[in-house]
Write a protein that binds this ligand. Sequence first.
Ligand code: F6P
Length: 494
Amino acid sequence: MWTKERLQKFAKEKLSDSLLVMVSNREPYIHVFKEKQIKCLRPASGLVTALDPVVKACSGIWVAHGSGNADKAVADEKSRVVVPPQTDKKTPTYTLKRVWMSKEEEEGYYYGFSNRGLWPLCHMAYTRPVFQHSDWLHYVSVNERFANAILEEIEGENAFIFIQDYHFALLPKFLKEKRPDLIVAQFWHIPWPNPEAFRICPYKKPILEGLLANDLLGFHLHYFCDNFLDTIDREIEARIDRERFSVFKDEKETLIRPYPISVDFTDTSSLALSKVVKKNSKKFKKEFDLDDKFVFFGLDRLDYTKGIKEKLLALDRFLEKYPQYIGKVVLVQKGTLSRIHIQEYKSLNDEINTLVEKLNWKYSNNGWVPVIFTRKDLSYEEILALYCSANACVVSSLHDGMNLVSKEFIASRNNEDGILILSQFAGASRELEEGAIIINPYDTEDFAEKIKKAVEMTKKERRRRMKNLRQEVAENNIYKWISKIISDLTSLEK
Ligand code: F6P
């Protein structure tokens, strides 16, 4: 079993004198001004939840966009801050280096090219991608700025650079141009589409060339790796070695590998047993009047790929078909506002409000409503309390690279009871299909039947499934994920 301690030892041995540099757009800790004080928050991001323990374990450096309004106020002259804020001396810390950008750059690189272009291009959720040349130019220059920030930080040292996601398709090339000796790996956290879908991107060639500057390129699923290789085959001059599962471009090799990401099972499950989580569970039970109800819980960024509308429609159909459950079930849905400057996200937010209002009006009965929708900022302990207070967690993504909510829910269920309703279009469904109730979120009739199945499932069956799920996630945890990547990377160095 991979643990934090085992990873620490392993990373020390394997990385020896090399520095681990994690790179992502979203920073793991955000400083904001709140009521005239500076607060340090954790963003709503599965990526951050998964990688924070890894950087702590390896005492690395994390380079990310400084997006909080108090970020500059706490950073030193090299834009660095030590995280997490030390509440106890036992928590290992690391350096977070922030990269600054103007509003205009953020608009072009993040909202524009990354999230109006690449995001819908890679997710099959029927939202049309938009590519604007001015956005692309910002994407290029921000990628270059990150490269300079990383190079400044490592100076002449040996380093493993581990880049996260679609915000940085060009970064590996910028790094390798200046420091060909660096070992550079990238993990693409979202799906890679089939070549037919990808070919519409006007910047496909520089994107693919940028990615092939990596020594290693990881995806969650084998299926995404296959799509990537097929895309290379169609779009650029390169040799694909199907035996080695790698691509040779101008004699440079890039390994392509699947690594299904996970969570810190042990920490999540022990925190779920803590007093503060129990206290929060009691608070929510009272506040939301959850006693004697079958509680469904949903936790999603308000994103059109997450299938939140589909979840509400299925609940509606379930109550329509089985009115005996009116007053007896409730869906607590936490939605985190996301990328709200983009029109599609604004519209989604409005549509969800309308749907919730319609549903609650249709079925409200003696003060009971079927949906409790909250957008409140919640601490991690409060989120765990909601996982623990629910009977079932509903993940209904229309398309999702992995989805770590499903794995966090499983890790928090120390009582070995509870049901996971999981979309077949979330990457996680490949590993969790044995224990979860698998749904197609587009099939409202079947989704409603699966809700009924969850409500009526026997305790014995629930426990059998949850035991199975917990074993899967405990074994394939985040430490195993990163150790496999480190091991593949260091074998490259040799
Ligand atoms: O998992 C995909 C991803 O884009 C991550 O890179 C990111 O941390 C998360 O979704 C949340 O999105 P954002 O950082 O745009 O709020």
